[in-house]
Design a binder for this molecule. Structure first.
Ligand code: ZN
Length: 63
């Protein structure tokens, strides 16, 4: 059988390590201090802390 030849050793994707960006922001929702973000925040966009992100995501998800 020729199929699945590389089932057991497909190349691993090399994701770069998650880079946390350090800074000093405030959550637009709950005003909590944020000291690091997993992405570069856009200056003209609200920044949310983890909790609010999670809440928002769930929000959307449930809609
Ligand atoms: Zn928040």
């Amino acid at each position: 059988m020729a199929f699945n030849r590389d089932f057991g050793d497909r190349p691993r994707r090399n994701f770069p390590p998650r880079e946390m960006i350090k800074g000093n922001w405030k959550c637009s929702e709950c005003a909590k201090e944020i000291t690091e973000l997993p992405f570069e925040p856009a200056p003209d966009r609200p920044i949310y802390c983890r909790d609010c992100w999670a809440a928002k995501r769930t929000d959307r998800f449930q809609r």
